[in-house]
Design a protein around this ligand. Sequence first.
Ligand code: ZN
Length: 186
Amino acid sequence: MIYAHAGGFGITIGAHRLWTHKAFKAKLPLEIILMLLNSIAFQSTAIVWIRDHRLHHKYSDTDADPYNASRGFFFSHIGWLFVKKHPKVIEKGKTIDISDITNNPVLKFQQKYAIPVIGMCCYVIPTLIPIYFWNESFTNAFYLNVFRHVYGLHVTFSVNSVAHIWGNRPYDKTINPTQSIIVSLC
Ligand SMILES: [Zn+2]
């Protein structure tokens, strides 16, 4: 439970609020903590996530949106990861300014050492903790952590799928995104 939330904060506070939208400023120690929490969630590297997310906001629910909800529930949820990117995503993706992100030393570090850093944070450490501290079997520890990772992915995907279809639209009724209590609770 703690680990699932920690990874969630690496996405919501780190990749989303801080790095994609610059909603607040963070000093180096907080950036490092958020980068490690982001690695726990393992939703690609933060740099790739942020570029896709800025693209998503700028071209929301059009062909240039990587998770274009107008292509249906399955595509916006997980299908977009299984098919080649729409040419518009590639074309418009090149026009998104992410120089602040590609010059960020903490995010450059995560990108450069993605396999060891994300591998340790997302898989090795959470599997070893229950084995070491309370003698959990490898099988239980490993698969419960796989469940934790997959759960976190689906909750995030639901922001692009469920919360673009079901829910109320208190701010702008003409756009797809909604306030979804179910997604918020998850
Ligand atoms: Zn956003």
